[in-house]
Structures are given as structure tokens and as C-alpha cells.
Write a protein that binds this ligand. Structure first.
Ligand code: GLN
Length: 309
């Protein structure tokens, strides 16, 4: 691996981004607990395949990982179900907002991909079949081993989403009406809202996603394989085409890395065979992606030349 001083690169990015904090974007106001998060925060962290870590800014502050959790639920379902998973979930970009209902009607309740809300709700249903009543705690246990540190649900965020997640209720009920969910809507959404409410820092996320740059090998448990090489390539492909919703084209154009974002303001990016990167800044653009997080990723690629293209 070319010798880059990653700590210096992240410090430079932090210095360039920090003056822009508060200048644009808005926090996700449709989830009341997220609307209270101070927008002027920025963190960045990475972990290389040879276990070097670097971080800058608010990289150790836990935040709500939200849709980044979909990476981990997808990986768990792929690991346990293999190709059977794709009977109920597609793998095409939606070109629509992450919480859109429109395609579900014409496509008979089969979500376009696992990263839009409908797809992640369908995944939660699969996880309930695979793990039963312990699905929530099994997912959290996986996150703790991947991060190599204790991580927890933010119960206030989960309750806040359950109280105001009208669209997610609509999506789940719609899929249920098409016979595409096996479990009760409330049980499926309880798992979905909890996975979104996992609180982690950039340092923990960069570590946890590490299997995506290691051909599926667990980042912190030597010898343990989470996914096969082929499955890992597929998760990365889906991140590139669908991981940032209707901004996936713009991300591929400006950043050129597989990315997965969440409305908590986090984004995880993968440089296959090299490193995983996590950025966080709560203010979002109109597509629900972190405004400064995306800028930071662009800066990282410009400064290091690390990209899949
Ligand atoms: N919990 C959020 C929701 O369901 C997740 C969306 C996101 O992060 N894009 O609306």
C-alpha cells in the first residue's frame, strides 16, 4: 500500500470543513429526536486493511446511524439466506426518495433495493424469520463485535420514530397487503426502528464496516468470515448504485466510492482492499445525505487519489 499519512489527510479535511459548519443543510426534522441534534458537528475516521486507524474532529461522538444500519442487516440476511433473499427484494436503483411509496404499488410490494426504506423493512421481516425474538439483540451483538466496543440502541430515537414514522407504517402496511411480509407490521417496524436507532461514532463505524474492504473477513476477529468475497462485492455494488438513494449518481460522479448514508448525517464509504471511512455531520441536503459529509468524502478522494475508478 502506498504510504499515505492518513492522520494528516483527515486533519486537513477537518480544518477545511470546520469553517463551513452551520452554513447549509438542515437536520432531519421528521424524526423529533434527530431534530434536536446540534447541526454544527463534524467527524471523520478511517481504518485500513492493515488495521491502522486515524480520526479527526468529532469522530468519537456517537450519533444515530439510521440507514447505515441497512448495510449490516443486508449482510446478515445475505450470510444466512444466500440468493433466496432476492425473491422479495430487488437490486435496481430507485431514483426516488428513500421513503417513497410510488414504486411499491406498480411493483406489487417488491421493493426496488435493500437500501430504500421499503427494502430495509422487507429485510427486517427476513431477520425476524431467521433470528426470531432475539433479532434485535443478535444484531446489536454483531455490531459490538464489529466495532470491538460496546454499542447501544438510543431508545429515545427508536421511540421517536415509532411515534412519528407514518410513512414507514404506510410502507410496511402496503407490503403486508401484497403478502410480502411474513410477520406482524408492528414487530417488523420495532426491529427496523431499533436498527436505525443504533448509536455509534465514526471511529466505531469505520471499524465495523471493515469487512467490506476485506473481502468479507471480520475486521476485528481474525479467521471469522462474515460474507464470501462474491457477496462482499455485491454489497459494495449495491452501495454504489443505491446506497445514497436518488443522489447515487451524484455520489458516484463526485466521490466514486461505494457509500451508505443515513439521515443521522453519517456516511460510510469503502475503498475495496484498502480501507473503510466514516464521516458525520448532521445537516442534510434535500436528498437526505449529509451535506458536509459528502464534501469531506470528495476532499478525501481528491487528496489521496483513492477511488474505485
Ligand atoms: N429511520 C429513517 C427512516 O426510516 C431512516 C432513513 C434514512 O436514514 N435514510 O425514515
Amino acid at each position: 500500500m502506498q504510504t499515505l499519512n492518513f492522520q494528516a489527510v483527515l486533519d486537513e479535511i477537518d480544518a477545511e470543513i470546520r469553517p463551513q459548519l452551520g452554513a447549509g443543510g438542515t437536520v432531519a426534522s421528521y424524526i423529533p429526536a434527530l431534530a434536536r441534534v446540534a447541526p454544527a458537528q463534524f467527524g471523520i475516521a478511517l481504518r485500513t486493511v492493515d488495521d491502522r486507524e486515524a480520526c479527526a474532529g468529532d469522530a468519537r461522538t456517537p450519533f444515530s446511524i439510521q440507514s447505515i444500519s441497512k448495510l449490516f442487516t443486508l449482510s446478515l440476511a445475505m450470510q444466512r439466506m444466500g440468493d433466496g433473499l432476492w425473491e422479495r427484494i430487488g437490486r435496481e436503483p430507485s431514483g426516488s426518495p428513500f421513503n417513497s411509496l410510488v414504486q411499491l404499488e406498480t411493483e406489487q410490494g417488491k421493493p426496488r433495493n435493500p437500501f430504500i426504506n421499503a427494502g430495509a423493512i422487507a429485510l427486517a421481516d427476513r431477520l425476524l424469520t431467521l433470528f426470531g425474538a432475539s433479532a434485535k439483540s443478535d444484531l446489536l451483538a454483531l455490531m459490538c463485535t464489529l466495532a470491538s466496543e460496546p454499542v447501544a440502541f438510543d431508545d429515545e430515537v427508536a421511540a421517536s420514530e415509532a411515534a412519528t414514522g407514518y410513512r414507514n407504517h404506510a410502507l410496511a402496511n402496503f407490503m403486508k397487503s401484497f403478502g410480502k411480509l411474513d410477520h406482524a407490521v408492528e414487530a417488523v417496524l420495532d426491529l427496523y426502528f431499533h436498527q436505525c436507532a443504533i448509536a455509534m461514532s465514526c471511529v466505531q463505524l469505520a471499524r465495523a464496516a471493515g469487512y467490506l474492504c476485506r473481502d468479507g473477513a471480520h475486521p476485528c476477529a481474525p479467521g471469522v468470515k462474515l460474507l464470501t468475497e462474491r457477496q462482499t462485492r455485491r454489497v459494495n455494488s449495491l452501495m454504489l448504485t443505491c446506497g445514497t438513494y436518488d443522489a447515487a449518481g451524484e455520489f458516484a460522479f463526485r466521490v466514486g466510492l461505494p457509500c451508505k448514508s443515513g439521515v443521522g448525517g453519517g456516511i460510510v464509504a469503502v475503498v475495496p482492499d484498502r480501507l473503510t471511512l466514516a464521516v458525520w455531520s448532521p445537516a442534510l441536503d434535500a436528498t437526505g445525505n449529509s451535506l458536509l459529509g459528502m464534501k469531506a468524502l470528495e476532499l478525501f478522494v481528491a487528496k489521496t487519489g483513492l477511488s474505485v475508478f
